[in-house]
Design a protein around this ligand. Sequence first.
Ligand code: UDX
Length: 451
Amino acid sequence: MKNQKTGHVIVLTYPAQGHINPLLQFAKRLASKGLKVTLATTPYTLKSIHSTTVGIEPISDGYDESGFSQSPSVQAYLDSFKTVGSRTLSELILKFSSSGSPVNCIVYDSLLPWALDVAKKFSIYGAVFLTNSASVCSIFWHISHGRLSFPVTQESGAPLLMPGLPPLDLPDLPGFLSQPAPHTPYLALIFEQFVSLEENDWVFCNSFEELESELVNEMLGLWPLVMIGPMVPSAYLDQQIDGDKAYGASLWEPATDKCIKWLDKKPPQSVIYISFGSMANIAAKQVEEIAWGLKASDQHFLWVVKESENKLPDEFLNTIGETGLVVTWCNQLEVLAHPAVGCFITHCGWNSTLEGLGLGVPMVGVPQWSDQPTNAKFVEELWGVGVRVKKNEEGLVTKDELEMCIREVMVGERSDQIKRNVMKWSEAAKRAVSVGGKSDENINDFIRKLF
Ligand code: UDX
């Protein structure tokens, strides 16, 4: 069936905002080039996803009522997803096989590695989609292949050297790699996906070659690596697909109108936009430091606090007036694209990093966990598009540190250079996904195999 050129792809996403966004955008890109594409996700998240060009179908994680929050533990959730997900994904493929558009490829989120077994069972193409940078994935790959020991240590004090990467210190690595075994269920899953990486027909990465060129050169012979990003809605980069100003999936209600009306009244590049993505749970003490750091910076700010609203000091809320706007969720892309925004304080989740870079907004990196410390290091040192905070002995970013980083990016000595760099990378991101760009051509090559 691998040679059957039916041109129907199932794109399977993990049901979290930072995963649905790039996979849905990829699905839309494939559909815009004439492929039949079906996005498969869990019933709980399915109702938040909209597309006129991509079919949306449920597959089950075993918790159809309210998803992950219904499960007793991370391990129980992942086990259930593997068992029930494999079965329901198989049923979906069987349903299409008798419908006149049989599926000939599964593109699956790297957090769902069992989908490759389903692809093999049906003898169709299997391709993994990496939602982290290729650099971060290569670090996991080195560990899962015994090229770097786990937990990672730096006893001699010398930086860690890996092909295609700059020298890295322990705090630059993805959060949990220096913590002692046993692995958390997520970390075990991450290693599992990298053990079988070479068995995929394609390894798609939401990044672009120019951004990680040295690493790509090192990895090309080792994985079937294909850079296809950045998967940011076309309206902001190349205008190829449609006018969508959002990904088309929001797990929370965005206060978009309120934000845009407020931003419309502010001078160009005068506003700090601050958000820590969809997963971070910021401690009350840290929220307070951020609040006073923003206040001390004396700039306008728009802050997405998500569930941290009750951690904001009353004294702060009572004094912000028109200087600041606090919301629980927004359309981040529309905010970043607004001319009033001049700085993005971000946790450096990979989507946020690509969005800041693609839309040309200088960043202050405040990494929390996972891949974020590595992304923040690259933002500051490799791409020069921002600065990253230093944490104190307690692991806190103090208000003084945050204020200093904001000034550095908005008005400091490095400010002009940072602005020039981010515009340069924004142009490179646009080139990559535009007609004839490297990511665009890579997607065309993939599609040619399926038709
Ligand atoms: C996590 C990881 O941090 C990330 O690196 C990984 O690749 C995917 O899982 P998350 O922490 O949510 O994701 O951050 P990020 O990757 O930045 O994704 C957040 C997404 O939510 C972005 O696409 C952003 O545009 C969107 N968002 C965020 C909103 O639409 N509104 C908001 O108010 C905040």
